[in-house]
Each structure stands twice: as C-alpha cells, then as structure tokens.
Design a protein around this ligand. Structure first.
Ligand code: NOJ
Length: 599
C-alpha cells in the first residue's frame, strides 16, 4: 500500500467517505481490554486500504467514561485508558501519512461532573459565577421534589438532579454526570473557542459537534409538551433542541476554522424535525456538514429511501452544502440487524451501502459495518455500560450492542482486538467475520466494501447530481448520478434491468442471466417478469452475498444486489456508467490489485 499525504484537492469533504472509529472498541494495543490510540495507529494501513478519506474519532479526551467519553473532564487531555498526547500526535501523523484526515469529536453541550468547572460550581454554591456556567435552579421549598420543569433526560428519568445539600437542581439532558453548560455565559464561548484552537493547532482536520442542536435552551426553560420525554434519535420538537440561537454560536466558530489551512470542517450531529431545519446549520457562514439520519430511521422500502434522498438533496442544494448519508453509528442498531439480520439483513445492508456510495455527497461508515457485523442483542446485564440501560432500569436495552469490539483475527484473545480480552464480549461467530477471515476472500463483505469505496473514489469529481430514471415503483428505483446509473431492487421478486447500461461494474449479488444488453430501458421497474433470458436482479438466493465486478471496455456499470422474501423483503441494486463518460476499471484482491479506477 502506498503512503500519500492528504489530498490537496479543495473541498475534499464534499464527496468524502468518512469512517467512524469508536476508540473503546477499535483496537487495543496495551492489552487492557479497551481500545486505544496506539491500537488505532497500528490499523491505519487497514483503513487506507479500505479507501476512506477521513476518520471521525469519537471522544478520546479525559473522561470518567460514564457515557463512553461523551462526558469530558478535560478537553485538552487524552483519556489515560486511550494513551496520551504523544500517542495522539503519532496517530495523527500516521493517518496523514496515509492520506487520511482526522475529525475529532467535540462535546460542547455538557461536561463531565468531574470537570474542574463543575467541581468548582458545586464548591462555590448558589449564585456564584462558577454556577453560572451551568444551569442551576433553586429548589422550591414548597415543592422540594418538583424539578424546575418537566424535562426528561434523553437517557431516561428526570433531566434535573439535586445538589448534595438539597438546595439547588442542575440540568443534565443526558446522564446526571453530564451537566449541561450554559451557553448564555460568555465564558463558555471563550473556553470552547480556545479548545477548538488547541486541537486545530495540533493538526486535526475538523470537528464533529456532539448534540449540535442542543446547546441553546428556550428562554425561561419552559415545559415540553406531553410528559417531557424526548428521544435522542428522533425528530420531536423540544425547548432544548434546535433553538435558533445555536446558529449564532456556529457563526463565531466558522471564522476560527477558516483561519487554518487545509480545508478543515465542522460536521453537526443535529437532530431536527425536518431536512429544511437541518439545512440551516449548513448556511455558508456556519457548518460544513450535518449528519442526515433519515436513512437510519427509514424502513428498507424504495419509496421511503427515495423520499429521504430527495429531501436531503433539495434542502442542501438550497444552502450549497453537500448531502450526508449514514446507515449506522455508535448510537443506533447496526443496519444488518435493522434490516432483518442473517443473510437477508446482510444482503440488504450491502445493497443499501452501495446505494449510499452512488449518491452525491458524503458517506459515513461505522467501524465494523465493512465486516458485516450485526448488533449484539444478548449482552448480559452485568457487562452493559450504556447509561440508558441503567437509567431505564433495563427497559431500554441501550447502545452497547453496536459497540462490541471489532474482530481482527479468527482466533486468539478477543479475536485479535487485544491481548487482554475485550470490554464487551464478542459473539463466537464473529471469528468468521473477522478481518482475517474476510481479507482477500471473494464475496466477503470486506472485499465488497473495499471495491465499492474505491470504485466511488475513482468517480470523484464526476458525480454531478441525481436524476431519477423511469417511473419508480414501490419495489425498485434507478437513478443516474452523472457518472453511473444505479438500480436498486428492494422487493422480493427479480426485476428486469436491461437498458440502463451495457455492462455491470459492481454487484452486491450477481445478476441473473449475466451481462446487460445495451438499449433503452425496457420498462423496469413496472414489469417484474422481463423476457426469458433477460438480465434480472435476482430474488434471494445463494448468490446474494457475492460481489461481482466486471471490466468494462467503454462504459461502466455498478451493481448492488440483495433480496428478501415477501415477509422479509430483499433488495438488489445495480448501476452502470454512462457510455459517454470516462472509462473505469475495477477489480478486487490484494492491495496492489485492489479496486483500481481510472478515468
Ligand atoms: C450523542 C452521542 O452520539 C451519544 O453517544 C452521546 O451519548 C450523547 N450525544 C451525549 O453526549
């Protein structure tokens, strides 16, 4: 694998593939059972071969880890379980040497209760400037057990906890060990501007902003409607989410990042009730990207996907921002499992991934999805760590199941995660989903991801937009992105695909009846039958998980195929390159022969 400095291409972030590393669970170099920065550094060549442009690294700062690092006690220090600042510098240098950028995860909505500021606030008492950095409110002597409003913690239970002396409440939208900062206080602004500079000076390429929609609270902290329960992964309006005032914060941050060379970016985790509201975070003087979770929430149905795709494209075009596409992350059930699990879930997941990689914009990949990992649903209560599980008395199972450490080898301690076991147990059958088991194996999910990501890389600059082809039905759709045609079959029946291109470039499941004839579309997706011998996206079958890559002489086809039964529908996806465009070649295999694309 060749090493290359990060690309100098302007606005790399408009069509990047960004891989989320969850530091606790990626790779453990020091054998303490928990991942670390040196573990990440040692696996950078793996990420380079996968073809990703950047890493989004979930929080690695000093933290008691009550919410897996989203409870920061020192924003300028590394969590000792993960290493130190020298380890960070080494990791960043290695990533850059391999052409991979690094986006840090900034947590500005709340600190840890172990943060110096919060400790000082508790020590200083009511009315102090220290308490003014957070949201403290007096306990009402007439109703001492009634919190200041009805807000509920997103992790369950009330969003207010009393101080030990019982005189005041403090606000925490998440765990009680994550007090919310008061962004009406100029000191909070100054501190975070300084934190931004600290990491920018150290060379990070940008920030993912945690709860970017939550920092400003509605004036007077009014009750929410209903019982006050708001889900983190939801679109309900609340007096503590998506308040207009957050945009003023980002207008002060944008000039700071612009001072630095290297096209650095902000990406918002902003849950809003519409794609229109999300786009407001992306105005030219605010943030560069915002995660679009619509496909995380969408059922695997053609119409739902199409609706979400159209909304994102239309709204982001209005502000000149790239679309983002996400299927999995550390907060949601892995998409293989969401789509039904097993072979069917995996086939759908691969098809959905290739669909994403055919869309204009930025694609986020969550660690382990390239191995086809499923959600681990049967973790025993005693190993769970997610505060959601505890704050709901186990009623909500929480997010540990998508955070189980990665399997790197078939055997050995923790399947190669590290020499000291893994902080969450891995299912035995992950041995066959390990990197070792999938590396270089035709048809493996890993080789499929490598081919699909590298194929997309080769299209860089050629994807111009999205034009729907034909009259999309309920079960399938096709679109042209300016560089290729992509056809997806979401249904449980094969659909004919002749006419959308001449050859298939990539398929998540091989086409029935081989290659494609040229010519105008033959009616897909209205006719499910097709004529005998016509190429068809298949129903589910053993061909499902196989990746097919074709060499194309003068036009390019990209194909993704999956399937499902009537009750557990399957999907297929195919796309081709437009003949008038450039030529591409794609093959899979060892690093030297790994998916190679050429214009
Ligand atoms: C969103 C993060 O993705 C999640 O993991 C965390 O628990 C909350 N924000 C609170 O920081």
């Amino acid at each position: 694998m060749s090493e290359a400095p990060v690309s100098a291409a302007p606005q790399w972030w408009r069509d990047a593939v960004i891989y989320q590393v969850y530091p606790r669970s990626f790779a453990d170099a020091d054998g303490d059972g928990m991942g670390d920065l040196e573990g990440i550094r040692s696996r950078i060549p793996y990420l380079a071969r996968l073809g990703v442009d950047a890493i989004w690294l979930s929080p690695f700062f000093a933290s008691p880890q009550n919410d897996a690092g989203y409870d920061v006690s020192d924003y300028r220090a590394i969590e000792p379980r993960f290493g130190d600042l020298d380890d960070f510098d080494r990791m960043l240098e290695t990533a850059h040497a391999h052409g991979i950028r690094l986006i840090a995860d900034l947590v500005p909505n709340h600190t840890s209760s172990e943060h110096e500021w919060f400790k000082a606030a508790l020590a200083a008492g009511p009315g102090s400037p220290e308490r003014a950095r957070y949201w403290f409110r007096d306990v009402d002597a007439a109703a001492p057990d009634t919190p200041p409003n009805n807000w509920q913690s997103i992790f369950g239970g009330p969003a207010w906890t009393k101080t030990e002396d019982g005189k005041q409440w403090y606000l925490h939208l998440f765990d009680a060990t994550q007090p919310d900062l008061n962004w009406e206080n100029p000191e909070v602004h100054e501190e975070f501007q300084s934190v931004l500079r600290f990491w920018l000076d150290r060379g990070v390429d940008g920030f993912r902003i945690d709860v970017a929609h939550g920092m400003v609270k509605a004036e007077g902290l009014p009750d929410t409607g209903g019982d006050g329960t708001i889900e983190m992964i939801g679109t309900t309006l609340a007096p503590f989410f998506d308040q207009d005032g957050v945009h003023d914060i980002y207008r002060t941050w944008r000039p700071i990042i612009e001072e630095y060379e290297g096209d650095r970016i902000f990406v918002a985790e902003a849950w809003t009730d519409s794609a229109e509201r999300r786009a407001l975070y992306l105005r030219p003087d605010e943030l560069h990207q915002a995660f679009n979770f619509d496909l995380v929430l969408a059922p695997f149905k053609a119409a739902e996907f199409r609706k979400a795709i159209d909304a994102e494209i239309a709204n982001n075009a209005g502000v000149g921002a790239p679309c983002t596409w996400v299927l999995s992350n550390h907060d949601v059930q892995r998409h293989v499992t969401r789509y039904g699990g097993g072979e069917i879930g995996l086939a759908r997941a691969k098809a959905a991934t290739q669909l994403l990689l055919s869309l204009p914009g930025v694609v986020y990949v969550y660690q382990g999805e390239e191995l086809g990992l499923n959600e681990v649903l049967d973790l025993p209560a005693e190993v769970r760590e997610d505060p959601t599980f505890f704050r709901t008395n186990g009623e909500q199972i929480g997010r540990d199941g998508c955070r189980v450490p990665l399997p790197w080898t078939r055997e050995g301690d923790s399947l190669g995660f590290g020499a000291g076991g893994s902080w969450l147990p891995q299912p035995a059958d992950w041995a066959e989903r390990s990197v070792e088991a999938e590396d270089g194996v035709e048809g493996s999910t890993l080789e499929f991801y490598r081919a699909a990501i590298n194929l997309r890389k080769g299209l860089r600059g050629s994807v111009t937009g999205l034009t729907w082809l034909g009259d999309p039905g309920d079960d399938a759709f096709a679109f042209d992105n300016g560089a290729l045609v992509c056809v997806v079959n979401f249904s449980d029946e094969p659909v004919p695909v002749a006419g959308y291109g001449t050859e298939v470039l990539l398929a998540s499941t091989p086409l029935e009846n081989g290659t494609l004839p040229a010519g105008p579309p033959d009616g897909f997706p209205h006719s499910h039958a097709g004529h005998a011998g016509a190429p068809r996206l298949p129903p589910r079958g053993p061909c499902f998980t196989r990746l097919q890559v074709y060499q194309l002489p003068s036009s390019l086809a990209l194909t993704l195929i999956g399937s499902s039964s009537a009750t557990r529908p399957y999907c297929s996806l195919t796309s081709w390159y437009s003949p008038a465009s450039s030529r591409y070649r794609c093959s899979t295999g060892r690093p030297s022969a790994a998916s190679e694309m050429r214009r």
